[in-house]
Design a protein around this ligand. Structure first.
Ligand code: SF4
Length: 194
């Protein structure tokens, strides 16, 4: 995968250096209201990358992804699917919390996208799981639809992408949990078979 670039500068090719750059980043307005940027976490040799939408309040405070209520649901779903969280790399489409947990704006996603591309280039996972509509659009294009694509294999830069529900959606509709687990299990089996 080509090295990602921002404003003419080459981004680092390894996760720790990328995290340093992300924590210092002021490329979009979200930097002004963040407490901590949240680059993501997980090993560089992870077979699976999970991409969510954006940090929430707890994540902004802690500087870690998925450590609030949605994170608990994600962890429960990962366990049920036979996946160890610490063996996955978990990140978001934008690395700084949008105020009042609004959705990231297109300009913010565009500004932040090179970091996600660079992280995917560093990890080179066997599969990507796109958690929710925002991640689905970021990875698969503005016309991509979670409703149409959920549970169906797509691709980003020749890496298989499986769109599924964002764990926060389960807070409002517990019946989606079973489908989230089924999709994560499907992603695990594909990663193991690759
Ligand atoms: S959201 Fe991304 S582009 Fe915007 S300031 Fe944070 S790291 Fe930089």
């Amino acid at each position: 995968m080509a090295t990602a670039q921002r404003t003419g500068r080459t981004l680092p090719r390894d996760l720790p250096k990328l995290a340093v750059r992300i924590r210092r980043c002021t490329l979009c307005d979200l930097h002004a209201s963040r407490t901590h940027a949240v680059p993501g976490e997980g090993p560089e040799d992870a077979a699976m990358v999970l991409v969510g939408e954006a940090p929430g309040r707890e994540e902004d405070r802690a500087g870690r992804p998925f450590c609030g209520a949605a994170g608990k649901i994600l962890e429960e779903a990962l366990v049920r699917a036979g996946i160890r969280r610490e063996r996955t790399f978990i990140t978001n489409t934008v690395k700084c919390r949008p105020p009042e947990n609004r959705k990231p704006r297109p300009a913010e996603m565009t500004a932040c996208r090179a970091y996600l591309v660079a992280q995917l280039g560093a990890v080179r996972p066997r599969v990507i799981v796109a958690l929710g509509q925002t991640a689905v659009r970021d990875l698969l294009g503005p016309a991509a639809s979670l409703r149409k694509f959920r549970g169906r294999w797509k691709a980003f830069a020749n890496i298989p992408v499986l769109p599924t529900y964002h764990p926060a959606a389960i807070l409002y509709n517990r019946r989606l949990f079973r489908k989230l687990v089924a999709d994560l299990r499907k992603a695990r089996l594909r990663a193991e078979a690759a």
